[in-house]
Design a protein around this ligand. Structure first.
Ligand SMILES: O=C(O)CCC(=O)C(=O)O
Ligand SMILES: [Fe+2]
Length: 298
């Protein structure tokens, strides 16, 4: 649990992040900005990603419709042992937290056979209750993954490896993905350990995050400085927020940052949709052989 300091109570700090334009033809300039963002905090915006506002709005509308259903209807799609499906408020708790998160979520994984770790048929709400829901989410998932792969091409250049390095089936060609619809509610109080989402870093390679305009997401650039200094990340219309996960931090020998972040509820409902992408297995040695040396020279 963290102590609320005077500073935290009275100041709203907003982080200014780099913005990577995915339509920029000067890939090397984009790679240089991305590299700087990854060295600094591992959070950045992407624009010109090709996901239409209509599709994003549709995914958010469908997500709101799901969370607005009566609890007994949502409990019909309660998460399975692979965590696909619905998780109610307070059911998720990060390390070192006393209370669960004041959020409910719906997790859509990658479709696959039951014997593949993490992969099995997804759970979907009843189409008679929410028509078109599955089709919207599948379309959004596909588009969000396409954007992650486009970012990975710039990331490869930032790491001094071939641009298509992450395209192979063992990297992001045939990835594991974790798409989560999130709904936050209530008022957080960090001094009491009450959060929309407790402090954590993401475990994957990268996370593509779409949020509504309600403030809530904060990052802490240096987890070792006490008291911790938190900065809000604002949502920008037309842009997605992207953050680097623990896997990439490990791969880069700690040089690229997987930064601690959390969500504070301010009493308003807040919705977001995230897609975390990672290779199915971790090819640490293979990666190190190519990348370790060039990253150390940064
Ligand atoms: O909803 C947000 O703004 C952040 C969500 C998040 O950090 C996560 O899903 O890992
Ligand atoms: Fe996260």
């Amino acid at each position: 649990m963290e102590n609320k300091t005077q500073e935290e109570a009275s100041t709203i700090n907003v982080s200014s992040l780099a913005c990577i334009d995915l339509a920029n033809s000067n890939l090397h300039r984009s790679a240089a900005s991305l590299k700087q963002a990854c060295l600094d905090c591992g959070f950045f915006y992407v624009t010109n990603h090709g996901i239409s506002e209509e599709l994003k709005d549709e995914a958010f509308e469908q997500s709101k419709k799901f969370f607005a259903l009566p609890l007994d209807e949502k409990m019909k799609v309660l998460k399975n042992e692979k965590h696909q499906g619905y998780s109610p408020v307070l059911s998720q708790i990060s390390d070192n937290q006393i209370h669960g998160d004041y959020k409910e979520s719906f997790f859509i994984g990658i479709e696959g056979s039951n014997d593949t770790p993490f992969c099995r048929a997804n759970i979907w709400p009843n189409p008679d209750v929410l028509s078109g829901w599955q089709a919207t989410m599948e379309k959004y998932h596909q588009e969000a993954l396409r954007v992650c792969k486009a970012i990975a091409r710039v990331l490869a250049l930032a790491l001094n490896v071939d641009g298509d390095y992450f395209d192979t089936p063992e990297m992001l060609g045939n990835p594991l993905t974790f798409m989560r619809l999130l709904h936050y509610e209530g008022m957080s109080d960090p001094s009491k350990g009450i959060y929309g989402c407790g402090p954590h870093s993401d475990f994957g390679m990268m996370t593509l995050l779409g949020t509504d305009s309600v403030m809530g997401l904060q990052i802490c650039k240096d987890r070792d400085v006490k008291p911790r200094k938190w900065e809000y990340i604002l949502s920008i219309k037309g842009a997605y927020i992207v953050n680097i996960g623990d896997l990439l931090e490990r791969w880069s020998n700690g040089i690229f940052k997987s930064t601690l972040h959390r969500v504070l509820g301010n009493g308003q409902d807040r919705y977001s949709v995230s897609l975390l992408a990672k290779p199915i297995r971790v090819y640490l040695h293979k990666f190190f052989r190519h990348v370790h040396f060039s990253v150390r020279l940064l």
